[in-house]
Design a protein around this ligand. Structure first.
Ligand code: ATP
Length: 592
């Protein structure tokens, strides 16, 4: 197929702003395209060589392009740069200088789509020493056979600046008309695209096998599925109005979405944007492999940073340091360990689950996942009660989550790949507050440490003092901020206070491994004070069924040996801190 056929259409596409007109041009182009190269035409039109998830970049830099243009037009690089300074587009520059080329073009071979694709493919795969010269050579060989118009698009393609503005959906429309028998085929084509994230493959399938072939299209392990996305609401009442009388509320973990493809030979991880990020998370691959019992599966999960010793969730900023790394991956995996929370299954051992309802998928997820220390299924509550939902939201936040993901459980609650809809709703807080002061809390209990902390305490249960009732109410479980010396010291320091039961003046909904009588006071700071159904501090003061918790609590290193338990921060002070946080937020809202 002649490359000029494509570039003529590109020219027309660039001249229009109307999507329908653009679609018509593409339909004409596709009809003229031999079936064998339709995938290549589709990729090239999108300025790519492969679907995005393959992650191969062309890697032509401006400098390299200048060199190639100079060589094939017989100009000095300086002259090319001067023209580029005026045009701002190396594609235009290539076309300008080729037009002025005086040499006869008698020896030009007409460029074909296959030759262009092949040359770019070689450019993309050229690596190591000598690869720059090789890339210049391939680019020159294309330019030598190009017309000025072809040269313009070749340069833009190589530089990753084709930008015709042809959206995936426009190409799907055009493919439906050109090969699927009409616009009605669009839905089936879109589904095939959502299941494969590969427009070239969809084009090839519909060109060779028609709509029937598209309808037989299957999920393939290794090809990412375009993710289902959520709408957003900010009140429980609105949620029940939109999502039905009863919904499933899942913890919304604040990490990175991982779509894991498990086969007999490997685990592949794809990001929210479907990049292959397997190499960045060897630890997550292992945890997933260890906990997924199916031989082949595609599961979705959120990967979050955790405190290795306590298993507690850490803020998003931690996991984001693991993203995009090419070096020191193992070292970072040691420094910032992760845990995986599965929230959906799309495929398992030959069954496509995307058309199953939410509850059926969840059942399957529970069947194929065995819980390990670092991988488990997302926490979930099915409820039709707004107050219960809000309590669950506060619980999720106080444990380090961002909020809840609300999922519809109705008969149409299938996995809508590639679509944003009301079947999933993000329920997050609109504004975040900040805890500015540290507090002094009494150690009332402790949890045994695991891993590196085996033999010491992993986390301490801490309480604030309620002067009126003369009781100590728990306000957080704190496992962060302790050095190895602190842990050893605390073990000794707390020994004399150990008792076999909850102290009569301690009010706690949690049951730690060890209880203490009141004695040791520690200074702690956190991210913010949040409502929580798990802690008893100021229970019911602001909301029925909820107390206060300190989110992401951390020991400051300060042992308040100078303080008696009754000198600890009071529950009233915690309430005041919460109220001043709220005031600050209100001020910010008003200011914006
Ligand atoms: P988008 O909705 O476009 O993804 P965003 O990147 O801002 O926008 P978020 O507001 O973070 O997305 O919310 C959606 C993300 O929440 C999901 O993509 C997923 O990574 C994450 N998530 C955490 N827990 C869950 C869960 N239990 N179920 C589904 N998604 C979850």
């Amino acid at each position: 197929m002649k490359y000029s056929l494509i570039t003529d259409v590109y020219e027309e596409i660039e001249a229009t702003t109307k999507r329908l007109e653009m679609t018509d041009f593409l339909v004409d182009l596709l009809k003229e395209t031999p079936k064998e190269v339709v995938d290549k035409v589709v990729y090239l039109t999108q300025g790519k060589l492969y679907p995005d998830y393959v992650g191969i970049e062309l890697g032509v830099a401006d400098k390299l392009a200048v060199k190639a243009i100079a060589t094939s037009t017989g100009r000095q690089e300086r002259e090319v740069e001067e023209d580029f300074a005026k045009s701002g587009d190396l594609g235009e520059t290539a076309a300008n200088l080729l037009t002025k080329k005086t040499q006869a073009t008698l020896f030009r071979q007409p460029l074909t789509v296959e030759a262009v694709y092949d040359a770019f493919d070689r450019i993309a795969h050229a690596t190591g020493p000598g690869s720059i010269d090789l890339k210049v050579k391939y680019l020159c060989s294309l330019l030598n056979d190009s017309s000025p118009r072809e040269a313009k698009y070749i340069l833009r393609m190589g530089l990753g600046k084709l930008r015709l503005g042809v959206a995936d959906m426009t190409l799907l429309d055009a493919l439906s008309v050109a090969y699927g028998g009409g616009k009605e085929a669009r839905e089936a084509l879109e589904r095939a695209y959502n299941l494969s994230s590969d427009l070239g493959l969809v084009a090839k399938t519909v060109a060779h096998q028609g709509l029937e072939g598209i309808k037989r299209f299957k999920i393939t392990v290794g090809r990412p599925i375009r993710p289902m996305l959520a709408e957003r609401l900010s009140s429980a009442e609105e949620i029940f109005e939109k999502a039905g009388e009863k919904v499933a509320a899942e913890y919304k973990y604040d990490g990175l979405r991982l779509q894991a493809h498990i086969s007999r030979k490997e685990v592949l991880l794809f990001s929210r944007r479907l990049e292959n990020i397997t190499d960045q998370f060897p630890d997550a691959c292992k945890y997933i492999k260890d906990s997924v019992k199916a031989k082949e599966a595609i599961v979705e999960s959120e990967c979050i940073a955790v405190d290795p010793d306590t298993g507690e969730m850490l803020p998003f900023q931690m996991i984001s340091q693991r993203r995009g790394r090419k070096y020191e991956i193992e070292k970072m995996a040691g420094e910032i360990p992760v845990a995986v929370f599965f929230f959906d299954v799309l495929y398992a051992d030959g069954v496509d689950y995307t058309l199953y309802t939410y509850l059926d998928r969840r059942r399957e997820l529970e069947r194929i996942i065995s819980k390990t220390e670092r991988a488990q299924i997302s926490a979930q509550l099915i409820t039709g009660d707004a107050e219960q939902l809000d309590r669950y939201m506060n619980q999720a936040i106080s444990e380090g989550c961002e909020g809840l993901m609300i999922k519809s459980i109705g008969p149409d609650s299938i996995y809508k790949a590639g679509a944003r809809g009301w079947a999933w709703i993000k329920y997050k807080r609109e504004y975040k507050s900040e805890m500015t002061d540290a507090v002094d809390l009494v150690v009332v209990g402790a949890f045994h440490g695991r891993g590196k902390r085996a033999g010491t305490y992993g986390a301490l249960l801490l309480a604030a003092y309620d002067e009126d009732a003369d009781v100590f109410h728990t306000v957080c479980k704190c496992g962060s901020g302790f050095t190895d010396e602190d842990l050893a010291k605390l073990l000794e320091m707390l020994k004399p206070y150990k008792i076999s039961h909850r102290h009569a003046r301690v009010d706690s909904k949690l049951t730690p491994d060890v209880w203490f009588t009141l004695g040791v006071v520690l200074e702690v700071i956190g991210a913010e004070i949040t409502l929580s159904p798990v802690h008893s501090c100021c229970a019911n003061a602001v909301r029925l069924g909820s107390g206060f918790a300190i989110r992401f609590p951390r020991f400051t290193g300060n042992y308040r040996l100078d303080k008696a338990p009754e000198d600890a921060t009071t529950a009233k002070e915690i309430l005041e801190m919460y109220q001043s946080q709220l005031k600050k937020i209100t001020k910010e809202v008003v200011a914006t």
